[in-house]
Design a protein around this ligand. Structure first.
Ligand SMILES: [Zn+2]
Length: 169
């Protein structure tokens, strides 16, 4: 079977954008067929003012573990950003075949933000960053990907980190 391909008669500028869309869609197809963790949705953006710059954005609805699975599958680089309301925006990106791939999620604001009286603040391992949840020195550990603050204890790995840091001194 032969297929007749007719070139569309489009201005060059549109062809560049069309190619960018196609590249992003092809990549989306590959990534979705490969990944062990499927996103909630994805969208493709090629802005008229940014010719040839395709953005492929995978959204994980309230799903940091899902996002991280996808990140690891596709070797993306993660970045987190705390918002004023206490919610956390988390995205992981990588440029693949000329397409900017972004996976992102947004957590809910924490429901309980009174943590100044938490018993765990008295623990000595609060002096170091937590390798398990990423809590910075002086901040409480969090569970469930930052959605719940651990008031009464800290991660075992943080204690280990504190022990090895005091040994170094
Ligand atoms: Zn922790």
């Amino acid at each position: 079977m032969t297929t007749q391909i007719t070139e569309p008669t489009q201005p060059d500028a549109d062809l560049v954008r069309r190619d960018s869309f196609m590249a992003a869609l092809s990549l989306a197809e590959i990534l979705i067929s490969q990944t062990t963790k499927l996103p909630t949705s994805f969208d493709v953006r090629v802005a008229p003012w940014a010719q040839g710059e395709a953005n492929l954005r995978f959204y994980f609805h309230h799903d940091v573990p899902g996002l991280r699975q996808f990140r690891d599958d596709q070797m993306l680089t993660e970045r987190m950003e705390a918002r004023k309301d206490g919610s956390v925006y988390c995205e992981a990106t990588r440029d693949m075949d000329g397409v900017r791939v972004t996976a992102w999620t947004l957590t809910d604001p924490p429901k309980d933000d009174v943590v100044s009286d938490a018993p765990a603040l008295a623990l000595p391992q609060m002096a170091v960053d937590c390798p398990a949840c990423g809590a910075e020195a002086g901040a409480l550990c969090t569970s469930h990907n930052g959605t719940r603050v651990r008031k009464h204890d800290a991660h075992q790995q943080r204690r280990d980190a504190w022990i090895s840091s005091s040994r170094d001194e």
